[in-house]
Structures are given as C-alpha cells and as structure tokens.
Design a protein around this ligand. Structure first.
Ligand code: SER
Length: 604
C-alpha cells in the first residue's frame, strides 16, 4: 500500500534529484483573477511566469497544488472523477525539451525506485496536428524509444489550453494506465470514458500563446513545459484499487458513512454514487470553507458552488439515511488528514464545522418540503400528459423555468439539484426559462456569477495590472488613515474594476472616502515608479513589506515597491509607473461581512 504522502515524497525526491526547486502551492481561491472561481490546475497561478516573467525560484520548479474543477461535477460518483484533487506539478520555464521531459516522466512512472509501473500497462496520447501546429513527431519518437506500445494520436484531446482559450497553450502528451479492462469496442482508446484507460499525468508543451479571445495561437517566444499528475488516481492504481475511494482518507470517510447510514455502500449502484458524492463534495467544501479568504455559502461566486456542494451532499445523505449533522465528523477526518500540509484548514476546523452545520440546518428544513413540491410539479405534468394524449397533443417531459425558479427561490434548490432530480425521473429543466426568471428576480450583482463560470485565463491585461497597483495604493491609504492593523481580507479584479475587502469596524464616511481617494490620486500624480525585488521571506519581513506571510521560511518572494508609498509581498503583475493609472475613483463602499468592509473602485 502506498499513501498520498509517500507518493508526494517520491515526487519531491525525484524532481529535487533532477534539479527542480520546490515552491509552495497556492490557495484554492485565486486572487486577482476575475475569470475563474477556483484554482483548477497547478499552472493556473503561474501564468505570469509562463508568459515570461522571471520566477524567484528559478526556471525549474515543482509543487503540489490543491485544485477544484467543477466541470467534473456530473461525473463524480464514478471511480475516478473528483471535484477536489491534489495535483503534483512541475514546470520548465522558458525552455521546452520534450524528449527530456518524456524520458523523465517515463523514468518516474517505471523506475523501481519510484513508481515501478510496468511499461506495458501504460498508454500515451500524442498530438496529431491541426492548422496551428504539426503532428508532434518528437513526442512520438521519445515514447517509442521508451518502449511504450500503446501510442494514440488525437488533435483535439491533445491540445491544452485554459478554459477561456486565452493564454499559454500547446500540444500535450497524456499518460494513461491501462486497467486491463476489455476494450469497449474496436475504436476503444484513451479518448473514450469506458474506464479501460485512466489518465494519470499530462505533459503540456506550451509553445504557443493566444493573446486575445478569438485570435489564432502564435509561437511563444519562451516556451515552457507544464506537467500535472493526479495524486488520487495514481495512488489508486499503485494500490491496485478499483476506485479513488478505496484507499486512504477517502476510504475512511466512506467507512464512516457506512457505519452510520441506513443504506449501505454496496447496496446498489445509486448508493455507491451517493456515498461518493458526499465524500467528494464535503472534501471540496472543507477546503473552500477552510481557506483563509473566508468564503461561506451564498448565492454568488465561490459561495454558490460551496452551497451547491453542501446541498447536493445533504440530498444524497437523505437518500441513504445518513444524518447530515454527522458532516462535522467527516470534516474532522479531512482536517486530521490534510491539516498538517494545509495550515488554513487546520486553524479553521471549528469555523468549517460551524458554517457547514449552519448550511445543513438552513437546507434540511426546506429539503423535504422541496421534494414534495418537486413531486407535485412532476405529477402535474404527468396529469397534463395523460389528458393531452387523448387529444393527440404531445407534452414534453420538461419542468418549466417558473417551477424550477420556485424550487430555487422558495426551497433553496440549486438549479443543478433540480436538474439532477429531473434526470432521475426522465425529465429536463427549461434552463432558459429559469435564467429569465432569475434575471427578473435577482439584483444585478448576482449576475456576475454566470460570466465567471465560463472559466479562462487570469486576466493579465494591462488594465488589470493597473487596477492591481491601485489596490496596493488603496491599502496604503487605508493604513495611513486607520492604522497598520487594517489588512487585506480579499481582493478581486476584473478589467473594469477592483474590489477590495479589509477589516474596519465602521462604515466609512464620505470624508474618509474622499481622503483615501485623494491619497491614491496623489500617488498617481506624483508619477511614482513601481519596482520589484526578489528576496527571502525573512528579508521581506525585515524590510517592512506587507503580506500575509503564509510563505515558508527561506522561500524567495517578490516584493513590489511603489515609490515611498507602498511595499507589499505580491506575485504581480503591476503597472511600471503610477502615472499609467490616470485617475482613481471609489464607486462603492459597503459591508462585506461582519467587521469587513468592501470598496469597489475604478480607474477613469
Ligand atoms: N495544466 C495541465 C493539466 O491541467 C498539466 O498540469 O492537465
């Protein structure tokens, strides 16, 4: 049996031996990135470096990154898909030697000193070529030389780009474990999801960049290699397990549910699915609630996804006769497992449990009523159908937008939950109708969420960089006025505006707002240079730089200095000079949560 930790250690040792340097993983909630709700891959927070910025740790780095991918939510319940997973990553910045990387990947997978997998159980895919780039002969040759027999070519599945299609991208080569299952048909390949081939690792050769949406990919001046291995899946295959839930902490959670639920894990296909959904969704929820940024269930952004995870888990718990109050016990299992590596969730153990149980209390009451309402809706349609069939009229199995919205608004059913229940009954939901109702009923700000789901690249456009610089000036202004105890509690930047959360015990007066605005505009008018230095965290601390200091001792960080006004530890990017910001204007000051104020501001 190999544990998650042992696999991590092997990864660290292997890449350390090959001259890579370890960096810390990032938060699960991206900062200053308007386009995605969660960190979806290890490369995600590294975009500025993949686009050419110098990384303080050098050009060969590795890490372990906690990731959430909501795109896989509907597949959760099978043996391999998870919304939360840990990704083992490594990067070669500014160089792209495919043959070398493929040979390293092969060595790690097959060497008895590392994973010791039989090469005949491995299959790989290679880029087949498209109108941007030719077939990847070099990757093919390298795998052949390694002795891999099952090599498949695709063009679509072997082109890696971020969700929005903008940013660094390129051909990739994916590694699969052949589970030995019968082929599902003549054309069975890693591209089908029959379960024969399980993807465990992906080497992306980032040789291209799409600068703006809709534009064609251009050659990246300094290409990179970005690789990511799925920790849970790899542990599962190394343990000869049938699913990712059969070992380690996920298994302990399944066992805990099994000990306390009326319906047992293996009773039926649907009970297996329900157990796995609870197990997966509560792990994601533990990590979101445990993040220092303090996300709680709500109807927008990350809070909405969190709510969706918890409510879906509550619904599954209801189906297997498992008391949702015991979710707190599951949180404990997760915090015990991960608290050592992720100190946030350790220090927030109590908060996670409290917030989760608050959501349980909120939704459990409405759930039974909502189920009754749902049945009523279906019965109504069925009756209508029976009646209509006499006159030859066809009534489709569709739940109207209005009914779906009522379930959402009155009973707290996330649309996706209604869709899932509908599917079980052979129904669909009129999503457009729901959206229409939603639009009519929700205030404008809630709509922001919809755009964010599309996903995409961290917006590294100039405007975002300028707003980022304005955020530093704003914090400096607030600290000058209210003292150094005022710190950043959250930040979110879109190309249009900045949003900044900070601790303060009162609503800011008009005079105070004017004063802080003037402070920022004064810094802009003084045309201050923005400079960046790389230094050790302890030097940064000694120099008086602000930051949350979650970095480890000895780690190198970037410190951005704006003239004599601000000094902060930060990843960038920023303006070069404050004059680029033109003029700063606060458009809103409001409460964000208890003791936390929120400022929205623009540059005009
Ligand atoms: N970015 C690639 C992926 O997500 C490799 O890390 O698969």
């Amino acid at each position: 049996m190999i544990t998650d930790r042992q696999l991590k250690e092997k990864w660290f040792k292997f890449f350390e031996e090959h001259g890579f340097k370890k960096i810390e993983g990032f938060s699960i909630i991206p900062e200053n990135d308007p386009t995605v709700l969660f960190t979806t891959a290890g490369m995600h927070p590294l975009v500025p470096y993949l686009l050419g910025e110098k990384h303080p740790a050098g050009n060969k780095i590795y890490d372990v990154q906690r990731c959430i991918r909501t795109s896989d939510i509907d597949s959760v319940g099978d043996g391999s898909h998870l919304t939360f997973f840990e990704m083992l990553g490594n990067w070669t910045l500014g160089a792209c030697d495919k043959t070398e990387m493929i040979k390293l990947s092969f060595e790690f997978l097959t060497s008895p000193k590392y994973l010791g997998l039989d090469k005949d159980n491995l299959a790989v895919t290679v880029f087949a070529g498209n109108d941007v780039a030719p077939r990847d002969e070099e990757a093919y040759k390298a795998w052949k030389e390694c002795g891999i027999k099952e090599i498949f070519f695709t063009s679509e599945d072997n082109w890696w780009a971020l969700g929005g299609g903008v940013g660094p991208c390129g051909p990739d080569s994916e590694m699969f474990y052949d589970t030995g299952k019968e082929k599902c048909g003549e054309n069975c390949s890693p591209s089908c999801d029959c379960g024969k081939y399980l993807e465990i690792w992906n080497d992306v050769f980032m040789q291209y960049v799409v600068k703006n949406s809709g534009e064609k990919a251009q050659l990246l001046q300094r290409p990179n290699i970005d690789t990511g291995m799925g920790l849970e899946r790899t542990v599962a295959i190394l343990n000869g397990a049938k699913s990712v839930y059969d070992s380690g902490c996920l298994k302990r959670v399944i066992d805990f549910i099994n000990d306390n639920a009326n319906v047992k894990y293996n009773d039926s296909e649907s009970s297996v699915r329900a157990y796995r959904i609870i197990t997966d969704h509560l792990r994601s929820s533990t990590f979101i609630l445990g993040d220092a940024r303090g996300v709680v269930p709500s109807n927008v952004g990350q809070g909405y996804i969190l709510r969706r995870f918890i409510r879906r888990a509550i619904n599954c718990a209801r189906n297997i006769g498992f008391d949702s109050q015991l979710f707190a016990g599951i949180v404990d299992l997760y915090v015990d497992e991960y608290g050592q590596d992720y100190s946030d969730i350790n220090s927030n153990r109590q908060f996670i449990k409290e917030e989760m149980l608050k959501e349980v209390a909120k939704f459990s009451k409405a759930l039974d009523e909502g189920h009754k309402e749902f049945d009523k809706v279906i019965n109504g349609i069925e009756k209508h159908k029976a009646f209509a069939s006499k006159s030859g009229e066809v009534v489709e199995n569709i739940i109207g937008g209005k009914a779906a919205f009522r379930l959402y608004d009155t009973f707290g059913f996330p649309l996706e939950l209604t869709e899932e229940l509908a599917k079980e009954r052979g129904y669909q939901v009129d999503k457009q109708g729901f959206d229409q109702m939603f639009k009519e009923h929700q205030e404008k700000s809630r709509q922001a969420t919809a755009g964010m789901f599309k996903g995409g690249l961290a917006d590294t456009s100039k405007q975002s960089a300028y707003l980022h610089t304005a955020t530093h000036l704003l914090l400096a202004g607030l600290q000058k006025m209210f003292g150094k105890d005022v710190v950043q509690k959250g930040s979110n930047i879109t190309p249009e505006r900045l949003r900044f959360d900070f601790n303060l015990d009162h609503k800011m007066t008009a005079e105070e707002l004017k004063e802080v605005e003037d402070f920022v505009n004064n810094a802009i008018e003084r045309k201050l240079p923005v400079t960046c230095e790389v230094m050790k965290i302890e030097e940064a601390r000694a120099s008086g730089a602000h930051g949350t200091f979650t970095n480890k001792y000895g780690e190198e960080v970037k410190v951005y200095t704006i003239g004599d006004v601000s000094k902060e530890i930060c990843g960038g990017p920023h303006a070069e000079n404050t004059e680029q910001l033109h003029h700063f204007k606060i458009v809103k000051e409001e409460s964000s949560s208890s003791g936390i104020r929120r400022i929205k501001a623009i540059l005009d």
